[in-house]
Design a binder for this molecule. Structure first.
Ligand code: KG4
Ligand code: ZN
Length: 344
């Protein structure tokens, strides 16, 4: 891909086998992150400043507070990424920022920082779709290439994607209500677990019986998902204990069993329909132990399964830099605006 440098407009080749150092910033939600990645797969530095402590007391992310904290954190995070890599900004081939989807006030901070660096050092600027960013976490330290089926599970999204190539991604199905991560966080909250509850719920589930309670799988056609009925069923279950001690581990394990089997069942269907022999998982919930386990069980059917390392599942900028190297459908002019939802 030929991209134009932002100040003088000179041509720079990005991706397609070029030798590139790409610096990316990610600030779509409550992590301020900056990374430098070589040739899309080799992480030279990766810095993530999490705001979980700030938002914990509210039980969720407060967008205005998150945006302000990004403003305070962004410069030190960028400096640290350069220090860790022992690289000067002049050596960078392109500066990248997440354009969306995400919280608009938060995205603005990272995107404008990347644009500014591109202007100062006269390099191309590239705006990234965060969802393709999550998929690209699978490219770090591997040789995996499309076509594959991607199960994208995060706090804001749940999708089954047919990744035909790095410029052609078809959404086969998605949630009609809550995202998986959202369902995890809400269920964790109603059992009194701290925010964000996904990882805690996962941990407690390991000590519980997944068959203790039969919970309902969302009834939706094709590759779509629904998790709001499941969430209500857990609420009813919790209320039925009426103040008695909750069998928290068993509830977590039963919820996790229901979610993971629903997700992986549809991945199997998508693999069958496309005839693909590769599947990847992506997004914060890809850190979930049971979803990973069930996905890797597909290897017994001759499927190559790939999951990013834990630190590349939740929001980070290494995946964003990798995305800029591989995906050709990014936004790359100075007028690129942030967006909260993917345009259909
Ligand atoms: O991708 P991500 O960092 O942010 C978004 O783009 O949404 O995902 C965050 C979500 C949260 O809902 C969090 O609870 C969930 O990922 N999560 C998990 C686990 N680790 C993080 N959910 C289930 N099991 C986990 N181990
Ligand atoms: Zn994310």
């Amino acid at each position: 891909m030929i991209k134009k440098s932002l100040f003088t407009g000179k041509d720079v080749q990005i991706g397609d086998g070029a030798d590139n150092l790409i610096m990316a910033i990610e600030s779509s939600c409550d992590e301020t992150a900056c990374a430098i990645v070589k040739n899309g797969r080799e992480v030279i530095s990766n810095v993530v400043a999490s705001q979980i402590k700030t938002h914990e007391k509210y039980g969720g992310v407060i967008p205005e507070i998150a945006a302000r904290e990004h403003l305070e954190t962004i410069n030190p995070v960028i400096m640290e990424a350069f220090e860790q890599a022992n690289i000067n900004p002049e050596q960078i081939d392109a500066f990248v920022g997440t354009a969306g989807p995400g919280l608009v006030g938060c995205l603005l901070v990272g995107l404008n920082a990347a644009k500014t660096l591109a202007l100062i050092y006269d390099k191309p600027f590239i705006g990234i779709n965060h969802l393709y960013g999550h998929i690209s976490a699978n490219y770090i330290d591997t040789d995996i290439k499309p076509p594959f089926i991607a199960l994208l599970v995060s706090g804001g999204h749940t999708q089954i994607l047919n990744v035909i190539s790095n410029s052609d991604v078809v959404i086969m199905g998605e949630t009609v209500d809550d995202a998986v991560g959202e369902a995890y966080d809400k269920v964790a909250r109603l059992m009194g677990l701290p925010y964000p509850g996904g990882a805690t719920l996962d941990k407690l589930a390991k000590n519980g019986n997944p068959l203790a309670f039969k919970l309902p799988e969302g009834k939706v056609d094709g590759y779509n998902f629904s998790f709001s009925g499941l969430k209500t069923a857990v609420l009813r279950l919790v209320k039925s204990f009426d103040g008695q001690e909750l069998p928290i581990n068993d509830i977590c394990a039963s919820f996790q069993e229901c979610v993971s089997s629903t997700l992986v069942k549809k991945v199997k269907l998508a693999l069958k329909e496309t005839g693909y022999k590769q599947a990847v998982i992506a997004g914060g919930v890809a850190a979930n132990s049971e979803i990973r386990k069930k996905m890797f069980e597909l290897e017994a059917d001759g499927i190559r399964v790939h999951a990013p390392e834990m630190k590349y599942c939740t929001d980070n900028a290494a995946m964003t830099a990798s995305c800029a190297y591989f995906f050709s459908n990014s936004y790359d002019d100075a007028d690129t605006e942030v967006f909260s939802r993917v345009k259909k």
